[in-house]
Design a protein around this ligand. Sequence first.
Ligand code: NAG
Length: 389
Amino acid sequence: MASQSFNSTLCHFVFAVAIILNIFAPALGSDQTSGLSMNVIDKCWRMNSEWRRHRPQLATCSVGYAGKMTDNIGKDLVHYKVTDPSDDPINPKPGTLRYGASIIQSRVWITFQRDMHIKLLKPLLVSSFTAIDGRGINVHISHNACLMIYKSTNIIIHGIRIHHCKAQPAGMVMGPEGKVIQVGQVDGDAIRLVSASNVWIDHNTLYDCQDGLLDVTRGSTNVTISNNWFRNQDKVMLLGHDDGYDRDKNMKVTVVYNHFGPNCNQRMPRIRFGYAHVANNLYQGWMQYAIGGSMGPSLKSEANLFIAPTSGNKEVTWRKESNGNMGKWEFHSVGDVFENGACFTATKGGRVPTPYYNSQQIFKVADAKYVRALTRSSGALRCSKTSRC
Ligand SMILES: *[C@@H]1O[C@H](CO)[C@@H](O)[C@H](O)[C@H]1NC(C)=O
């Protein structure tokens, strides 16, 4: 096989790693009280028992390619509360999620009055400068259409449970600029980005959708995907539209502190053309593969914990050969920890592609031995009524 000369595969059957981790487990426990087990994003707001009174402060907590989401907040910020779980895709009523997310054109911070199950009748098109904040409440968007971030920018999606999303036929729907538009057929993804930028997806629980959980497509860039829990899914995360869409070569995505599994099959993520910094994530098994790509993708896999499935494929990576792009395939592993015999096929030689984060984006990647602790509260958080999350 031609690919073998370009790559080196590292397989790890070192059970000593697991034993050492067990020895230090009590030490990790004590880190929790000193706050060391909270990752940098969470530490920025979860330490504050008054976070409910300062919700927009969350916007200052993001890291990675989304940068700080400070364009989402300011004096003119509209505070909007969802009081009505119903949905009208063309004529949304005030009080519904669609009214707040598609109609309101200024900076808006959306919260929810109470626990809610929202069944969307068409994809929800989120306007620029919108934050959807489900903290402290149990919000499900499920069992039909789900979220679409289409040609918009500066979006925060936090603390929502999105699942059982289904394919939708083409149809008319309130667009992100407050005007009804025609939207083509969609496949049934939990969150789909189309030509979107500066998007932060944090602490959501995503599972059991008809197509995928999170797609970043058609020139979308400057995206941070953090603290989410992805489970029970065949195709988890797609970065890059298709093999013919080379505008995605400018795509930059940070994937950090997420928990993948159990019962995820593939694409955690699958990368085309662009660059992904995948750091400090927990991989609780996979079936086909964990991270894969085609069309000259670039990956820095850094300090993740890859726990291979007990039986089946131990190989983390998957690579699709594509004409002319074989040599440009850059998959690098730095400081990753492999358990249960997990293997990583890295590009041999070459320079590890660094993220080149600016001061708004940069964060310190933790040692992989802390990944279990740093991802322990991934997904939508359960917050106590009176104090901390
Ligand atoms: C992405 O972020 C960088 C750095 O902040 C910025 O220079 C660039 O214009 C952004 N790209 C888009 C499409 O927003």
